[in-house]
Design a protein around this ligand. Structure first.
Ligand code: FAD
Length: 416
């Protein structure tokens, strides 16, 4: 590394000889940002020991969050040690509570302060839980791996208890993508659990919109409606939830649905760490990033995944999704190191958009384009969904540095 190749813009940091890149979050954006940064260091032949990349994450795992609606969660949690240690990326389990963009420091709930030369914010999003009577006490969700395990244990406890119809009844609130996937999977999950004695499952999907999957477009809606019917899922649309209790759900229509389980799937918002940056946020709480994933108006800070809103093409911005979070992460990782060394940055543009929605035993629906035109359905689309959920979005699990760095290249995958 000659003088021109030394890291640029480094803040004075006393006697600390290391240049530090911090990544907050180890989800689809954070993991790939960290690996993308490690890959770029190697590509620039930066001597080991001169730039430190460390992930700060509140869990020591890379969770495959998109699979939280599934019955078997065993393949959904990957230890960070398996995917970061071989790449030489540090990781610290810490709940980040503050970011000071002026002093370039990150603070944690444990009282630690970490200096950064470059920061990648990738702390994702959280399910929005409104202040609704009973939701916090009695509601379940599939937002995180831990939430999904809590739901799983609750259902198992019900199946082990008295065999009542309410015990085998689940109300899913929110007929967006997560709610539809959760509802479609639920009847077969309940049938597998409530076997002794057999209790007929009941699953009801509730939404305040007039249609289920209102964001999925007119082409996919009939496919979704048919799948819900085929799976035996009832729907209640154009109603809202008034109250949740241990006995079930009261709707704005006056109807009471007796159910021992309510799964809340309505609404997502960017992680609140975005509020620590001195910039405005969009209606989902996301910070604006430029084509290179730099937070607009905040020097030395990049953002990727659900915390960031980036242009995907000249007309569309990123959607809170794994589909966009992974490439945003890889590009942020490449660019954060390129920026440190004064090298050209790579602009991210993704010229395609797809949706692949799991419909449980009824298969799946696969749409292409921003207007979500159905291109396949049923068993054919299910194969695509399973390929995505079990292979395409996983990091290599070989513990091999070369495999991990190769997978972190700032390339765009082809459509699934
Ligand atoms: C059930 C379900 C199904 C989904 N299905 C799809 C789908 O089919 N296709 C699709 O594209 N998207 C889907 N999504 C959305 C997708 O999961 C998210 O958009 C994606 O996970 C965003 O990636 P991310 O890295 O930005 O955030 P996340 O994956 O949420 O990762 C955030 C990371 O930040 C960490 N973190 C958070 N706060 C802190 C803190 N204060 N301090 C330290 N660490 C912190 C978390 O532990 C985590 O490691 C689904 C989501 C759910 C819940």
């Amino acid at each position: 590394m000659d003088a021109a190749d030394r890291p640029q813009g480094r803040a004075a940091s006393g006697s600390d000889p290391l240049t530090r890149v911090l990544v907050i979050g180890a989800g689809f954006a954070g993991l790939w940002a960290a690996l993308g940064a490690a890959r770029r260091l190697e590509e620039l032949c930066v001597p080991p020991g001169s730039v430190d990349i460390t992930v700060l994450s509140d869990k020591p795992f890379h969770d495959i969050r998109v699979r939280n609606y599934e019955a078997d969660l065993s393949p959904c949690r990957i230890p960070l040690a398996d995917v970061l240690d071989p790449a030489g990326v540090g990781h610290i389990t810490a709940d980040v509570t503050g970011i000071n963009a002026h002093t370039r420091e990150v603070m944690t709930s444990g009282g630690q302060t970490y200096h950064y030369d470059r920061l990648v914010l990738a702390s994702g999003s959280r399910l929005v839980k409104p202040d609704l009577p009973g939701l916090r006490e009695f509601g379940f969700d599939v937002d995180t791996y831990d939430d999904a395990i809590r739901l799983q244990l609750h259902l198992q406890q019900l199946a082990d208890g008295p065999a009542t119809s309410a015990a085998a009844a689940v109300v899913v609130v929110g007929a967006g993508l997560t709610g539809i996937e959760t509802a479609c999977e639920m009847p077969s999950r309940l049938r597998a659990l409530f076997v002794r004695p057999a209790v007929a499952p009941r699953v009801v999907l509730v939404d305040h919109n007039r249609f289920v999957g209102s964001d999925m477009g007119v082409s996919a809606r009939p496919v979704i409606e048919q799948a819900l019917a085929d799976n035996g899922v009832e729907t209640r649309t154009a109603v809202s939830v008034a109250e949740i209790s241990a006995a079930g759900v009261s709707l704005s229509s006056g109807e009471h649905l007796a159910a021992a389980t309510v799964v809340w799937c309505a609404g997502m918002r960017a992680n609140s760490l975005t509020e620590q940056l001195p910039v405005t946020r969009d209606r989902l709480g996301r910070v604006a990033v430029d084509d290179y994933l730099r937070v607009v108006g905040v020097p030395a800070v990049f953002a990727a995944g659900d915390v960031a809103v980036a242009k995907m093409d000249d007309e569309h911005v990123s959607v809170m999704s794994c589909q966009h979070g992974r490439p945003m992460g890889r590009y942020a990782g490449y660019n954060v190191i390129s920026d440190l060394f004064g090298k050209p940055l790579l602009a991210l543009r993704i010229p395609w958009y797809v949706t692949v929605l799991d419909l449980g035993p009824a298969g799946a629906v696969y749409t292409e384009g921003w207007d979500r035109t159905v291109v396949s359905r049923g068993a054919e689309a299910k194969v695509t969904k399973q390929t995505i959920n079990t292979r395409r979005i996983y990091p290599p699990l070989t513990r091999d540095r070369a495999d991990l760095l190769a997978a972190a290249a700032p390339d765009l995958q082809a459509r699934p």
